[in-house]
Design a protein around this ligand. Structure first.
Ligand SMILES: CC(C)(COP(=O)(O)OP(=O)(O)OC[C@H]1O[C@@H](n2cnc3c(N)ncnc32)[C@H](O)[C@@H]1OP(=O)(O)O)[C@@H](O)C(=O)NCCC(=O)NCCS
Length: 190
């Protein structure tokens, strides 16, 4: 089956509360359940996706939530950006890409690259000096994805789950007047 190539990236509002809550918990469980105990995972998810936490964040001008939809308007992924946040290693203040997750069935098709292009554009218009993020050092695919989008590693920070101590790479993409980034075209599924 060939994937239709259109993609919609939408700024989420409080109206999208249930959709964000659902895709946020689903994608995290799909990709990262193994680094938590079952109870630790639920507690971690509730930090961002409990009803009060998510309502507050969706209403805050300091946070941007994006929904990524395929050509049939199905939600395939989402991202969360925190504005004007200090990156802990170099100290630069910019947009923290706190979350970018796609359903397991939607990865590797070009949606993430389209989303990053959009995020770079929005962050540039907001005069952010950089975009930065933390990615598990074990997440080689994620690091390759960010490197392809112009991010470079500036160091490592530790992240503790309830069952493991994990290294995370901090990656930064400085934003300048010329932020051209050409994403790969969307790829069809086999
Ligand atoms: C990382 C992620 C956001 C990238 O989005 P994507 O739509 O899969 O990426 P694209 O199709 O635009 O680009 C593909 C590139 O991303 C990288 N990649 C990372 N994870 C991947 C995955 N699970 N499947 C395929 N490609 C992946 C590869 O470098 C790939 O390039 P390659 O084909 O040349 O090797 C997405 O794969 C994802 O949600 N992964 C799981 C959750 C995650 O790791 N989030 C980031 C946490 S910091």
């Amino acid at each position: 089956m060939k994937l239709n190539e259109s993609v919609v990236i939408k700024t989420a509002s409080t109206d999208d509360f249930s959709v964000i809550q659902s895709i946020g918990c689903k994608t995290y469980r799909e990709h990262f359940a193994s680094i938590w105990s079952p109870q630790g995972l639920e507690e971690f998810l509730s930090r961002d996706f409990s009803d009060p936490a998510l309502q507050k964040s969706l209403s805050s001008p300091q946070h941007l939530w994006l929904l990524v939809q395929d050509s049939r308007s199905s939600v395939v992924g989402y991202a969360k950006i925190n504005w004007d946040k200090q990156e802990p290693i170099s100290g630069i203040v910019g947009a923290e890409l706190q979350k970018i997750y796609f359903s397991a069935s939607a990865t590797g098709r070009g949606y993430g690259s389209k989303a990053i292009e959009h995020i770079i554009s929005v962050a540039s218009k907001r005069d952010q000096a950089a975009i930065w993020l933390n990615v598990l050092t074990s997440n080689q695919g994620g690091q390759r994805f960010y490197a392809n989008a112009g991010f470079t590693s500036v160091g490592e920070v530790q992240f503790d789950t309830d069952i493991a101590k994990i290294e995370m790479a901090t990656m930064v993409r400085r934003l300048t007047a010329n932020n051209s980034f050409k994403p790969k075209p969307l790829r069809g599924s086999a």
